[in-house]
Design a protein around this ligand. Structure first.
Ligand SMILES: [Zn+2]
Length: 642
């Protein structure tokens, strides 16, 4: 199937997408339109998995910050017992709580920095006291929590990978994946549960608190397991096999069971419904080892999937033409499975702020032996696009033509490059036989940003290739415009993304580092992008599309070499030079421009809501989907406070 090239196909969709703005965050409703047409068996399956997703939500809150759950509970108790609270104080608590929900705690999802409650501590304590009089459960010593809400110097950054020389990355990070542990403590210590444990220093000894039944998060994990058991009878056999393996891993916590689960999950390629539920992505850990809990439940979008499958089927064709040294080219590329999906719920590390594409498992050995599964989140992409106002694109475009191109093509271009990133990007390439250990271990805190760069570069390198026309993914007549629109939007983004880091002059988040590095490198090492000024505004202008692609190819060859050889020093130098530091004056200019337009920096999604309709015997006769259109309603419902 050809990717629809008319961006106005769904212009009749007049539903509400953008629900509200909370400071620099947009709140957007996510729709799962295909759900109502699924067979009952799949609806019931999704319903149980949806409950499993909600059951684990607090695990992620606790991993992200040790005080998170206590803080959230206090905020929600105040919000739900509001009578008589000073109106101005209440409005500020409400603003802060919404940001807290969107970011799963007091740290901005993108900048990793703490945001503050802006009333006085005295006003906050008075509000809590009033809520208590209204029947709220408020701790007697509520003042104790004040520093977590008000003090910018208490636990300022959730994940700090570059705290400066002499400082420890674990000590500098406020997350709850470690307690009292430094990198020096870890020398000579081998973790038995590297992905799924909290590491604690107790009486001078390192102790692994394992996330499993009977271990840390026992209560939540038991509840997840209960819902997974309920789901199994409604799953296809390959999916049931994977769910049983997941339960086993939740029960034992052993790496051997995690591997068995990863293999079972990746081998389930054709089920119409799937879930990701567990300790998965390692971005929150400054070491890049500990998995943050997340859950997604989704069904396949058949129309869009047909397009992606064509890309996946051609994976070897692309691999054979990668612009890197032939010794790093993989032979017999297989197992690249790709689906366009609609998510029904995302919690933990993937909600309310959602990724737009996912490729798993992360275990490099399993990827090489069994392949990986990629998904592109169609309905999340659609909701992003529907909630973006056109003036935001125009502000950073150098010419009217560029703005028009963005208007017309950027969503098509971004969909196809996101697919390429996931389907032929992450799955590609071979590791050198000289490399001892995995690239993650050797490249440490540089790994994630490097791997994201590699996948982005693969997409940028091949997007102009006539192969995409041959595969029917792009119409030949539109191809040049789509390529130019993609390169322009990629370059603009390096400028526009600076709006997300309002303090300091460093980028922490890996995807942001990667995009900054690529554009910074191209500006310095190719003739593809010019930095221009007009009316005191800065523009990144793509002046040569061929030079852009050529530059991307050269950089990709080097990035692949760094990964394959585990060249830590080269990775560090690349990101330190182009990806981490930026000019704060430029950032201030960008912030001023976006603030004038009230452009959001990131988006939190309100998810669909499911409800089981039971028959007289108590069996589920139908599953109803609805859209809350309100963040507060959904969050309080998840916390069982509404
Ligand atoms: Zn990626």
């Amino acid at each position: 199937m050809s990717t629809p090239t008319s961006p106005s196909t769904s212009a009749v969709d007049t539903r509400r997408y953008l629900l509200e703005r909370v400071d620099e965050a947009a709140v957007v409703q996510l729709y799962a339109d295909g759900f109502v047409d699924l067979p009952l068996r799949e609806k019931v399956l999704i319903y149980h998995l949806y409950q499993a997703a909600i059951a684990g939500r607090d695990i992620y809150y606790d991993q992200r910050y040790a005080h998170n759950l206590e803080m959230r509970d206090l905020l929600e108790e105040i919000l739900t017992h509001a009578a008589g609270i000073d109106a101005e104080t209440f409005a500020e608590i409400e603003r802060y709580t919404k940001l807290f929900w969107i970011n799963s705690g007091p740290y901005n999802n993108l900048t990793a920095r703490k945001f503050l409650l802006k009333c006085t501590p005295a006003a906050f304590v008075a509000a809590a006291a009033q809520a208590a009089r209204n029947g709220a459960r408020i701790p007697a010593d509520v003042e104790r929590l004040a520093p977590y809400f008000f003090d910018p110097d208490v636990d300022p950054i959730v994940t700090h990978k570059t705290p400066g020389s002499g400082k420890d990355i674990l000590q500098a990070s406020a997350n709850n994946l470690y307690s009292g542990v430094t990198m020096a403590d870890l020398e000579g210590f081998t973790e038995r549960y590297p992905l799924n444990s909290r590491l604690v220093k107790r009486d001078g000894q390192l102790v692994e608190e394992v996330y499993r039944v009977g271990g840390l998060y026992d209560r939540q994990i038991r509840e997840i397991v209960g819902h997974l058991h309920a789901a199994i009878p409604f799953a296809t056999e390959p999916m049931a096999h994977a769910l049983r393996a997941l339960i086993r891993f939740y029960e034992t916590g052993e790496t051997v069971d995690r591997i068995a689960y990863d293999i079972a999950w990746v081998q389930d390629r054709d089920s119409p419904v799937d879930t990701i539920n567990g300790f998965v992505e390692v971005y929150m850990d400054a070491r890049g080892m500990k998995g943050a809990w997340e859950a997604l439940v989704y069904y396949v979008n058949p129309q869009k999937t047909a397009g992606i499958r064509k890309l996946a089927a051609a994976a070897q064709w692309f691999e054979d033409r990668m612009p890197w040294a032939p010794e790093y080219r993989k032979q017999g590329v297989r197992g690249v499975s790709a689906n366009a999906i609609d998510v029904v719920i995302e919690t933990g590390d993937s909600g309310p702020v959602t990724p737009i594409g996912i490729n798993l498992p992360n275990d490099q050995t399993i990827r090489e032996q069994h392949g990986s599964k990629s998904v592109s989140l169609s309905n999340a992409n659609q909701a992003y696009d529907k909630s973006t106002l056109p003036e935001f694109r125009r502000e950073f475009a150098w010419s009217a033509e560029e703005a028009d191109r963005a208007e017309k093509w950027s969503s098509v271009a971004s969909e196809i490059t996101t697919d390429m990133h996931e389907v032929i990007g992450h799955g590609s390439g071979r590791i050198s036989e000289r490399l001892q250990g995995s690239p993650q271990t050797v490249l440490k805190e540089q790994y994630s940003a490097l791997e994201e760069s590699r996948a982005d570069l693969v997409a940028l390198y091949f997007v102009p290739d006539p192969k995409l026309v041959e595969l029917g993914l792009i119409d030949e007549a539109d191809h040049d415009d789509i390529v130019r629109a993609e390169y322009e939007s990629y370059a603009r983004n390096a400028l526009v993304q600076l709006r997300r880091i309002r303090e300091g002059s460093q980028i922490e988040e890996d995807h942001m580092r990667n995009r900054q590095m690529i554009v910074g490198w191209l500006i310095a090492n190719s003739n593809a992008i010019e930095v221009r000024r007009r009316d005191n505004k800065t523009y990144y202008v793509v002046v040569d599309v061929k030079a852009f692609q050529h530059g991307v190819g050269r950089l990709l060859a080097e990035v692949q070499r760094i990964k394959a050889e585990g060249d830590y020093d080269a990775a560090k130098a690349l990101f330190e030079t182009y990806g981490v530091h930026f000019d704060p004056a430029l950032r201030d200019e960008v912030v001023e421009r976006v603030d004038r337009l009230k452009m959001p920096s990131y988006t939190g999604f309100v998810q669909p809501r499911l409800e089981a309709v039971r028959d007289a015997a108590g069996e589920i006769a139908d599953v109803r989907i609805s859209y809350p259109l309100d963040l507060t309603t959904q969050m309080l419902e998840y916390s069982r406070k509404r």
